[in-house]
Design a binder for this molecule. Sequence first.
Ligand code: MSP
Length: 477
Amino acid sequence: MANKFYITTPIFYPNANLHMGHAYTITICDIVARFNRLQGKDVHFLTGSDENTIKVVKAATEAGKTPLQFTDMVVDNFKRLFKDLDISYDQFIRTSDKEIHWPGAIMLWNKLVESGDIYKKKYKGLYCPGCEEFKKEKELVNGKCPLHNLIPEEIEEENYFFKLSKYQDFLKEKINSDELSIEPATRKKEVLSFLSEPLEDVSFSRAVKGESWGIPIPNDPSQVMYVWCDALSNYISAIGYGRDEETFKKFWPADYHVIGKDILRFHAVFWPAMLHSAGLELPKKIFVHGMITSGGRKMSKTLGNVIDPYELMNEYGAESMRYFLAREISTTEDGDMTKESFKDAYNANLANGLGNLVSRIMKMAETNLDAPVLIEEAKIYPKISYSSRFDMFDIQKAIDDVWEYIKSIDSDIQIGKPFKLVKEDKQKGKEMIEQFVKELYIVAQGLEPFMPKTSLEIKRLIKENKSPEQPLFLRKI
Ligand code: MSP
């Protein structure tokens, strides 16, 4: 279907509440999903939780709960955060969901078996529970996983393996030719460099120890699916693979998988190989964003340097958070974040920049115009032409375009001095103020994907010809 747009976030581990890094991933997806809806596309925006993992079992045990009780609680918190952040997801998938997720995950497994790509082997390796991945000695720093600062566990067991090595040339070809597009180019290069070394097959199951938590391997309940094999399949199970062929056909292949750079290999190597083995189309694009760092290190639960989004949202509001993530964090590079940098950006660009502009223009309009300015939406949309930015997934530049527009209105007000003109020549002054109100409407439209509530509020003020009862963004000291 030409008009559909299927975009996914990674599914989040519900072993703890989400932090700013996770909020980043889903907020940029939301912005792109909203933009595409405004373009008239039939958008399906998927997010969810990655539950069948050792991390979850450990956290649940520590909390004295069963994994399901525990994840029910954490997933509720995820959903509350998404609601508060105004995330417009269409579907939330849980990998513990036996009706929605399991049929697809099992069907995919069976297809891999049918293709002759699953075999059993005894294996001994060093497993990082942070990455949920076996590590090679050479990847460790001082015996620890450098990403999580954890000593990996030595695991020896008999597992089912997936013949990843068979797909080396296939993957190179698809990625090189951009049939599977990895963006930005630096990440594509990184994957191709990884693919220049011989690929090893991967262990795709774990032996059940104690109580079973996870998807049992068809015909062998002594093993459950390896979390990444299970998790990746959410992208197809959610939209009906294994249970609703019609919806699946409507939305697959995904237009965008959006991920952080830490999970690039799973998405750009494991996932396309699995799909091809199962005779399925590859996703069109994988967009890889950088990491939010704090004190120079990736913000992560395991490292203990996280900022809880509510710490900032309670003080500054969700719209400010959306602004900050879109504009003040590079869409492709790592970006450090502190509470100070948040406050500075808020004061400079929201309290002063946007907030001031709205107050200024609407005050003039309220005082001088007899009736609200009539806006013919269709005539002006889309005035801020950032579509090409969205084509490149450049969220930061797209919102920069809006702020450039704000700046240009500011300077036009300085030059035109409508507040003076209206005193000297009432008619001309009024016309100029009307023009500025229209310009402000264009700003409101431009803001729609980024700050939907602010956009609505500005439109309301224009429609009612009112200045804000109180500043849109109060200055913080
Ligand atoms: N469960 C896996 C994904 C499976 S997808 C089939 C996972 N979960 S996660 O909860 O650890 O991370 C989810 C997303 O949040 C990933 O895209 C990850 O890159 C992102 N982030 C986690 N920490 C982050 C930062 N500090 N900064 C930016 N994004 C970060 O991985």
